[in-house]
Design a protein around this ligand. Structure first.
Ligand code: ADP
Length: 511
């Protein structure tokens, strides 16, 4: 019970005797806000207009008396629960019964002391306060209940199975709809999850049963993300990705562990299918290119020998026909092209299986470029381009001779192919800055490459769309990049559409 003044509490005093009214106003006004009415009618109007916290009313008054006022207040929704203390001159039994029937909260019998008045009023106000507090608590509890129902509904709407677990025992505190559907029997509060889900490690981790504890992070800051696990169900193995976290205690919530398991069985099946499809394709590429190579080699040898025979006959003065010679030259060029294509295909299958083995040896890059460029001279001539070679001496390093030769061949072949019959420059030198890497540049004045294509041309099977009418598989630059990467070097391109392209290869000399 509090004796402190509280101006927020409004008490309506109803008394027809002005002296008594004044006395009550003085006594009560010391602690609360007091409003005065001289009769039942005025009191009823004031109370209905603005319900007070408490009414103290005399019983005997002319017009509407205290009992009528009480009935009127109880009948109106705005005032039906306002506490009313009735004051009567003597303990009249009839009045008391009528007052109680009408719903009076307390009686004060005249004469009463100031102290008694204050105590009775304060007791009533305390009851009101307690009632209000308990209503507020009920409301808060109901709001909490509604909120947790809403949260559960929200979690139920998730397609991903999700459990809230006790962090230590891993007993289920909550399982959403998807989680309940997943377990053999519905998982209810208090269940141990391990018994419900027959979890095991995937074969690549050695298989074996898995405990939910094995899926949980050991510390609060840790998270488990996308760990692969298998669940054995009556319909076979289900592949799952587990995510888990420990939430620390927050406000009134104790710490909980959160586990979600995403079913990726369909994806894993598709991945297996894709992998085997890729394997079949690579096998096919490998077999096909091997098979193609054999007849081409024979063709090549036979043509070469026929060509040499005719050249010798021509030198001896035999009347070999010019036209046949030209035809043979064409055949030879086409065979070289076929050989390159088949080699490229073979390289793709080798590179995709990670079988690019480099055999580094001491190589003079200038000499290698000279040999390679010479071997392409005839192709260049046929395309109407001249090849200008500028080699610094002694650009020596440890590289795979055949593979770097292949890089040069691919770059120079492209320069011939896309070079619009303009001269082509091939430069070999040593960079003046940094680690003094060896540098090879192939510059043409051809069609150029649009900026958006420049990165993609180094990808497998990528060709600039506008250049579809140039023959090629879109593999040359990809192979060149694989070789340069494996040699710890870099390959870059500068280009301007309609002006030409420069491909630059940098190779560290120490690798
Ligand atoms: P492709 O066998 O098609 O030439 P590459 O991998 O060697 O395959 O080249 C990929 C694509 O890059 C080519 O199709 C072409 O569009 C572009 N490209 C390569 N070199 C040049 C160049 N010197 N000038 C213009 N475009 C080029």
């Amino acid at each position: 019970m509090s004796d402190a003044p509280d101006a927020n509490v409004r008490i309506l005093v109803v008394e027809d005797d002005p002296h008594v009214r004044q006395m009550l106003a003085l006594l009560l006004g010391a602690r609360w806000r007091v409003e005065l009415a001289d009769g039942g009618v005025a009191a009823r109007d004031m109370a209905l207009a603005s319900p007070p916290d408490l009414v103290i009313s005399d019983v005997r008054m002319p017009g509407i008396d205290g009992i009528d006022l009480l009935r009127a207040l109880r009948a109106a929704p705005a005032t039906h629960d306002v506490p009313v203390i009735l004051v009567s001159a003597r303990a009249g039994e009839r009045e008391t019964i009528a007052g109680l029937e009408a719903g009076a909260d307390d009686f004060l019998i005249k004469p009463f002391s100031g102290r008694e008045l204050m105590v009775r009023v304060q007791a009533r106000l305390d009851v009101i306060e307690m009632r209000r507090r308990s209503t507020r608590q009920d409301e808060a509890l109901a709001a909490l209940q509604r909120h947790s129902e809403w949260t559960e509904k929200l979690l139920d709407s998730l397609p991903v199975p999700l459990w809230l677990l006790e962090p230590e025992s891993h007993r289920v505190l909550f399982a959403n709809d998807a989680a309940r559907r997943m377990t053999v029997e519905p998982s209810a509060r208090g269940d141990g999850l391990c018994e419900r889900l027959a979890l095991s490690r995937p074969d690549e981790e050695g298989g074996g049963a898995l405990d939910v504890a094995d899926l949980m992070p050991s510390r609060e800051e840790e998270r488990i993300r996308g760990r692969r696990v298998v669940s054995m169900t009556s319909e076979g193995s289900v592949w799952l990705l587990a995510d888990a976290a420990r939430l620390p205690a927050l406000h009134d919530h104790p710490p909980v562990a959160v586990l979600s398991l995403r079913d990726v069985t369909e994806l894993v099946r598709k991945e297996d299918l894709l992998r085997s499809a890729l394997h079949v394709r690579d096998e096919f590429l490998s077999v096909a290119s091997h098979e193609l190579r054999t007849p081409i080699t024979t063709l090549s040898l036979q043509t070469e020998s026929a060509f040499r025979g005719m050249t010798a006959a021509h030198a001896d003065g035999a009347g070999t026909e010019e036209r046949t010679m030209r035809k043979l030259l064409t055949i030879r060029r086409q065979i070289v092209r076929l050989e390159q294509l088949v080699e490229a295909l073979l390289d793709v299958s080798r590179l995709m299986e990670g079988r690019l083995q480099l055999s580094p040896e001491e190589v003079d890059l200038g000499a290698l470029a000279t040999d390679t460029v010479e071997s392409l001279a005839e192709t260049a001539l046929h395309a109407g381009s001249t090849l200008n070679l500028h080699c610094a001496s002694d650009v020596v390093g440890r590289w795979d001779r055949l593979r770097i030769g292949q890089v040069i061949t691919n770059l120079v072949s492209n320069a011939i192919k896309f070079g619009r019959a303009h001269p082509i420059d091939v430069d070999v030198d040593v960079e003046t800055n940094g680690d003094r890497a060896a540098r090879l540049r192939v510059r043409d004045s051809g069609i150029g490459i649009p900026p958006e294509q420049r990165k993609r041309i180094f990808d497998r099977f990528e060709r600039a769309p506008a250049e579809r009418h140039y023959p090629g598989l879109g593999l040359g630059l990809w192979i060149a990049k694989q070789i340069v990467d494996a040699s710890n070097g870099t390959i870059t391109v500068d280009s301007e559409v309609g002006v030409g392209s420069t491909f630059t290869v940098r190779l560290p000399r120490s690798s």
